[in-house]
Design a protein around this ligand. Structure first.
Ligand code: 13P
Length: 251
């Protein structure tokens, strides 16, 4: 059966010492708690090595927030999937709306990134989600369906089985305006149906679909109670151990 997962996306926050301290705090808190889901933190590239050395990978998973769309070579400033994997990280967030919006990532770029992540043994946390105008125009299912299809449906069923999906409505990210649990469930069920049409019921039932966008301790329980919501991708609230643990304990 699919896993329940709570993953933190630190975005461009914390210095290395601050990040290492936060990772250690989360790791310790998890050791002392009853945890009913997988827990992952995704940190800036600079933090991956010292964080990997400071946490217990059995307790807390580690991921990057991006990787390059080329294998290696003359791409100044880029960080490859192989480099990410060599830090000890096991996951990589790909296709976050901030990458799509501010750095022009397209479905074609993302297919390259996904392929390289998988080739290097990383599990992609693949983000999808509509902007407010698309929802208001009633196009949110069409937009999200297309993002899933164009970004991932070139994969074999075996490789698709390694993908974690994260539905993050752009209007809910960092705004304090969460999707209601019903809105999240409706979209997650639609996404699972889209996966089922392509890969069949077994693959669809095994795919973890996380919700992201202003998820916090006060709303996590209601969101995670929905049958197709398998956890959360947490931005702001993952930067405080207490808030992050409050979300983890919603399972
Ligand atoms: P917030 O939780 O800060 O809204 O961010 C969500 C997000 O973008 C996680 O990837």
């Amino acid at each position: 059966m699919r896993k329940n997962i709570v993953a933190g996306n630190w975005k461009m926050n914390t210095t290395v010492p601050e990040g290492v301290a936060l990772a250690k705090e989360v790791n310790e808190a998890l050791k002392g708690a009853t945890v009913n889901c997988d827990v992952i933190i995704c940190t800036p590239f600079t933090h991956l090595v010292p964080v990997a050395q400071s946490i217990d990978s059995e307790v807390l998973g580690l991921g990057a927030e991006n990787c390059a769309d080329h294998e290696k070579g003359a791409y100044t400033g880029e960080v490859s999937a192989a480099m990410v994997a060599s830090t000890g990280a096991q996951y990589v967030i790909l296709g976050h709306s901030e990458r799509r919006q501010y750095y022009g990532e397209t479905a074609a770029t993302l297919r390259e990134k996904v392929a390289l992540a998988l080739a290097n043994g990383l599990k992609p946390i693949f983000c999808i989600g509509e902007v407010l105008e698309e929802r208001e125009a009633g196009k949110h299912f069409e937009v999200v369906g297309k993002q899933v299809e164009e970004g991932l449906f070139n994969l074999s069923a075996e490789d698709f089985g390694k993908i974690i999906l994260a539905y993050e409505p752009v209007w809910a990210i960092g705004t304090g305006k969460t999707a209601t649990a019903d809105q999240a469930e409706e979209m997650h069920a639609f996404i699972r149906g889209t996966v089922e049409k392509k890969y069949g019921k077994a693959v669809a039932e095994n795919t973890s679909i996380l919700y992201g966008g202003s998820c916090k301790p006060s709303n996590a329980k209601e969101l995670f109670a929905k049958p197709d919501v398998d956890g959360g991708l947490i931005g702001g609230a993952s930067l405080k151990c207490g808030d992050f643990m409050g979300i983890v304990s919603a399972f």
